[in-house]
Design a protein around this ligand. Structure first.
Ligand code: DC
Length: 222
């Protein structure tokens, strides 16, 4: 049977970079489920569809195909109707749209099997918001990774600056706070620690220490 690690937590807690490294160390694949919501957000933006429960969203979902594959270096690639959109979904606008569209129940339902099927066939570290609570409630290891909003905003701000984006720290912090609110207050599958999860706070940990901590929590629990 394959091993599943459910890794949940708020935006910017470092889940993706920490999980990528931990997955490499353990020879698991890393699955970033946020990319799937971002991809549907991009599809909605392109079609001018509003991110709220509606026939329009249902219609959109029936017309698109979202796929997740891995390139030769083992990195995840998301496809929207066969187009590689992995780069296009990484803007602050796409983040906000993803946060809104992810509150629509039919969108969450649409992505459920895709996520579960990947975990059936691979040892995975799956990162998201509802992996331990909804997608893989029986995962062998469940971790809730968090850090203070300021620490998370600081990290995301640096990341965006390094990519050459012209952003202000205050805007990034406000986005983090707004997305935390959206993610924890939506009715369907809100972000919250799952039953039996291990809480890991990385506010005071640097990257290497965070990876070490996650790898040791996983090893202790499998
Ligand atoms: O992890 P991320 O920032 O790429 O996620 C983008 C948005 O998608 C985020 O605002 C919350 C949502 N999301 C979700 O609702 N459930 C998941 N499993 C993953 C992401």
């Amino acid at each position: 049977m394959s091993i599943a690690v459910a890794l949940d937590g708020p935006a910017g807690a470092g889940k993706s970079s920490i999980a990528k490294r931990a997955a490499k160390a353990l020879d698991f694949i890393y699955v970033d489920t946020g990319a799937l919501y971002r991809t549907i957000g991009l599809a909605a933006t392109r079609k001018g569809v509003e991110a709220k429960p509606s026939e329009e969203v249902e219609n959109l979902l029936s017309k698109i195909k979202v796929d997740l594959t891995f390139n030769d270096s083992g990195e995840q690639v998301v496809l929207l109707n066969g187009e590689d959109v992995s780069g296009l979904i990484r803007t602050p606008e796409a983040s906000m749209m993803a946060s809104k569209i992810s509150a629509v129940p039919s969108v969450r339902e649409y992505l459920l099997d895709l996520q579960r099927n990947i975990a059936k066939s691979h040892d995975v570290i799956m990162d998201g918001r509802d992996i331990g609570t909804v997608v893989l409630p029986d995962a062998q290891v469940k971790i809730f990774l968090t850090a203070s909003p300021e620490a998370r905003a600081e990290r995301r701000y640096k990341e965006l600056c390094e990519k050459g984006m012209n952003v202000k720290y205050e805007d990034v912090l406000n986005d983090v706070i707004q997305r935390d609110y959206n993610d924890t207050h939506r009715e369907t599958a809100p972000l919250k620690p799952s039953e039996g999860c291990v809480m890991v706070d990385t506010t005071e940990l640097d990257f290497e220490q965070s990876v070490e901590k996650i790898v040791s929590v996983i090893k202790e629990n499998i």
